[in-house]
Design a protein around this ligand. Structure first.
Ligand SMILES: NC(=O)c1ccc[n+]([C@@H]2O[C@H](COP(=O)([O-])OP(=O)(O)OC[C@H]3O[C@@H](n4cnc5c(N)ncnc54)[C@H](OP(=O)(O)O)[C@@H]3O)[C@@H](O)[C@H]2O)c1
Length: 255
């Protein structure tokens, strides 16, 4: 089987789903040539697991990227560009995110804004700044159809951001988190519509409820299982699924 993509960038890859994405990509039989594993502090103690992984795989390049800090995003673009030369970036996975359990009683405007900054504004700015590299990859593939191998943006979303699935009284309203992911879903749809003529596919993926710091130990899915599913789904994406909202098993979800 061909490599999923020649080059992949993952945000928030020092733990949780992001770290496992990098681990499975690097260990795959046909790994990408460049895996840009980005996080806020790649040299510090929070990046330890990632540093150890990178020491085992020359394909992994650690890059500093704080998704709510524009100079940091722009610095990451330069770092990635210096490795890619003229080939462009094939696959951008916007995985970094934060949760919030604020209720109607406890929430305040700053918490809403902080969650929106990380879950909506950050991923959109990351796409904006990396767009020239994605366009370059899409162009160099010629007239090939849409795919992760050519050029793609994957936004890691959640079923909790689905307005269609939130009809009854939700178990946990989580206003900042759910509203931010619903907004991120709209961003995905707009990007899919705008970028498809440029040869760039955009999809939102729900990873399931996963055992990570965010998902907690109560979650039914292991991170290995979720990520195996996500990578299988990514390999299957095409023109027909651009602009879709899918779960880790490839099932379509209502927006
Ligand atoms: N786990 C679940 O059950 C579940 C379910 C649905 C959707 N998701 C989504 O899946 C994605 C990953 O979640 P997870 O479960 O792996 O969460 P996690 O274990 O809490 O990890 C979150 C990651 O995002 C990073 N991050 C947060 N803010 C950042 C910023 N400003 N810049 C760069 N990185 C930042 C964190 O870095 P630091 O270490 O520096 O904080 C960490 O690497 C999120 O988008 C989440 O909403 C998760």
């Amino acid at each position: 089987m061909a490599a999923l993509a020649r080059s992949v960038l993952v945000t928030g890859s020092n733990r949780g789903i992001g770290l496992e994405l990098v681990r499975q990509l690097a260990a795959s039989p046909r790994p990408p040539q460049h895996i840009f594993a980005t996080c806020r502090d790649p040299e510090g103690p929070r990046g330890k697991a990632l540093q150890e992984l990178a020491a085992q795989h020359s394909s992994i390049k650690l890059v500093q990227l704080d998704t709510v800090n524009l100079p940091s995003i722009q610095g990451a673009v330069w770092a990635v560009k210096s490795h890619l030369k003229d080939q462009g970036l094939n696959l951008l996975i916007n995985n970094a995110g934060i949760s919030s359990h604020a209720t109607l009683r406890s929430l305040d405007s700053q918490e809403m804004l902080d969650v929106f900054a990380t879950n909506v504004v950050g991923p959109l700015l990351v796409v904006k700044e990396f767009l020239p590299l994605l366009e370059q990859a899409a162009k160099s593939a010629g007239k090939e159809g849409l795919s992760c191998r050519r050029a793609a943006v994957i936004n890691i979303s959640t079923k909790l951001g689905s307005i269609g699935l939130c009809l009854g009284l939700p178990e946990a309203p989580m206003y900042p988190y759910r509203a931010s992911k619903a907004a991120q879903n709209m961003v995905t749809r707009c990007l899919a519509a705008e970028l498809q003529d440029k040869g760039i596919l955009c999809v939102a993926i729900h990873p399931g409820w996963v055992k990570t710091d965010m998902g907690t130990e109560k979650a039914p899915l292991t991170v290995e299982h979720s990520v195996r599913g996500i990578l299988t789904v990514l390999a299957s994406l095409s023109q027909a699924t651009s602009g879709a909202f899918l779960d880790w098993e490839g099932n379509s979800l209502p927006w």
